[in-house]
Design a protein around this ligand. Structure first.
Ligand SMILES: *Cc1c(COP(=O)(O)O)cnc(C)c1O
Length: 512
């Protein structure tokens, strides 16, 4: 668009967008031109911000940014949309954390595909809610088709089903909820938790997961009235995978105490290390012990479309439920996630029928009301993002991107191993690496190493030159890379490692 056209369009917009007899600018056909202009202006603000972002983060301090946000007077709207976007730069865009930047290596955040970003526009514009058929129509069918696709990728049996969720935390909560209900029906037959709350026996329920599993398992246990203490952390082996002997011991130990083992969580891609617990072995043990077997594949789920590493998920087809976060390893914008159940009948533990919304009669006549399977009622059509991505490019590029970052992490592992300044904890099964600045001559002083590594991480947060994460291993401070950007090169990783070395050595010398 020429500058003249832009000017003309924005004058049209200024006359109409904020003048609708005092009513809010509504999204409809009469106003479509305004929406198009505003969209282009919004996109252009994003484009400018991304072009300006030479680093993944500006390094802004909380206080500075908080003052800018506080200065905004919500009672005084701005004159026009460009002014609104201009203000947005200072309160948000100039200081956002940019996951598409190759030097963003901190948490499990991914760059996103552009069809998925377009889908976000469509999701908001149509504003479908996928709770009932009468609010969603095709959206329900599209979500269901993607759920069926995901079940197929996991090779679950034909009885499988699932639903999109807000994220891995919600999916894990659903898994633990179903596990609890199945256990109640075994240990307190005729007891209806929905009506009566928990039976006494529930205080003895125990859930097993590795000591490096995600904290959402504990959170779920607490929310479900079982308590944090119901979750038994199981020791890991030197690859940070759940140790089978330790699991067997933990289960036996619970039984001796009179506790009741009900579920085991297999983490397929731990948040810190990307390690994958032995799925087949645990699934087999779970069958023998009659435990609910859940795979938390929030991170590793991306392997379902990987050409080279799919076999790392072998055994997933035998488990009872699965968490997948498309917003972690399928390049989808937040939120985009799913919960899959091997036997769809277990969704009955979640279903509540409301006469105004999803009457029981409709369940009988085959009307698909996804709310029957969901903890949420009004729910975004997040599935559309994955749909447009798959319809534009198919699944192979997603798998290739994940394979690429796994390859990069393995190359990085070699670099770290060969580098005299670093100590690396894990060989990356996926794309996460935990390491620390620990040159030979300073290893006798682990407290000093803690200080130096913390300082390194804080320095990056202050400068925004690169974003890296931190974690604690055996009480010691470590640094972490989570590589999810297929455009990140080994040269980027090397450069960040050199920066880490430089900062740490310099700090050491200044302290001496
Ligand atoms: C991120 C993560 C979760 C939580 O997922 P959200 O989408 O952030 O709610 C659960 N489990 C694992 C292993 C994770 O890495």
């Amino acid at each position: 668009m020429s500058q003249l056209q832009t000017a003309q369009l924005s004058s049209v917009q200024n006359q109409t967008l904020f003048e609708q007899n005092g009513l809010p600018p509504q999204f409809n056909l009469d106003q479509f031109i305004n929406y198009q202009i505003a969209s282009l202006q919004g996109l252009s603000a994003v484009q400018q911000a991304m072009a300006k972002a030479q680093k993944p983060f500006s390094g802004v301090a909380v206080n500075t940014l908080a003052a800018t946000v506080n200065d905004v007077d919500l009672a005084k709207p701005l004159a026009d949309f460009p002014a609104v976007l201009n203000e947005l730069k200072s309160v948000y865009l100039d200081h956002a954390v940019y996951f598409h930047h190759p030097r963003y290596m901190a948490h499990l955040n991914c760059p996103v595909t552009y069809p998925a970003v377009v889908a976000e526009h469509i999701i908001g514009a149509i504003n479908t809610s996928v709770d009932t058929w009468d609010q969603s129509a095709g959206a329900t069918l599209i979500e269901q088709k993607l759920i069926d696709w995901s079940c197929e990728k996991a090779k679950l049996p034909s009885t499988a089903d699932g639903v999109f969720t807000s994220g891995g935390t919600q999916s894990n909560l659903m898994a633990m909820l179903v596990a609890r209900e199945v256990a109640v029906s075994r240990y307190a037959a005729n007891h209806e938790v929905k009506l009566q709350g928990l039976p006494d026996v529930a205080s003895r329920f125990r859930i097993y997961c590795s000591e490096v599993a995600h904290f959402s398992i504990q959170k779920a246990a607490a929310l479900l009235g079982l308590g944090y203490n119901a979750v038994v952390p199981v020791a890991t082996n030197n690859k940070m995978q759940m140790d089978m002997d330790a699991l067997n011991h933990a289960i036996a130990d619970s039984k001796v105490k009179g506790d009741l083992p009900i579920a085991v969580v297999v983490t397929a891609g731990t948040t810190d290390f990307g390690s994958i617990d032995p799925i087949e072995d645990i699934a087999k043990l779970a069958k023998k012990e009659q435990l609910w077997c859940h795979v938390d594949g929030a991170y590793g789920g991306g392997l379902l479309v990987s050409e080279h590493h799919r076999s790392a998920l072998n055994g997933i087809e035998q488990v009872d439920s699965i968490t997948i976060d498309y917003h972690k390893s399928f390049m989808q914008p937040v939120s985009c996630s799913a919960f899959l159940l091997s036997d769809k009948r277990h969704f009955s533990h979640i279903t509540l029928y409301a006469d105004y919304l999803n009457p029981l009669a409709e369940a009988g006549n085959g009307t698909p009301n996804l709310v029957d399977k969901s903890l949420q009622t009004t729910r975004r059509f997040d599935a559309l993002k994955l749909w447009l991505t798959l319809r534009t490019m198919g699944e192979a590029p997603l798998g290739r991107a994940f394979d690429k970052v796994i390859g990069l992490a393995r190359q990085t592992h070699i670099v770290l191993n060969d580098h005299p300044d670093f100590d690396v904890i894990n060989y990356p099964e996926l794309s996460a690496l935990v390491f620390r600045f620990a040159p030979e001559e300073l290893r006798h002083n682990p407290d000093l190493l803690d200080t130096l590594n913390l300082h390194v991480r804080q320095t990056f947060l202050n400068t925004g030159e690169a974003m890296i994460a931190r974690t604690k291993i055996n009480g010691r401070h470590y640094l972490k890379f989570t590589l999810l950007n297929a455009q990140c090169q080994l040269s980027d990783v090397r450069a960040v490692l050199e920066q880490i070395s430089t900062i740490a050595w310099q700090t050491y010398k200044e302290q001496k």
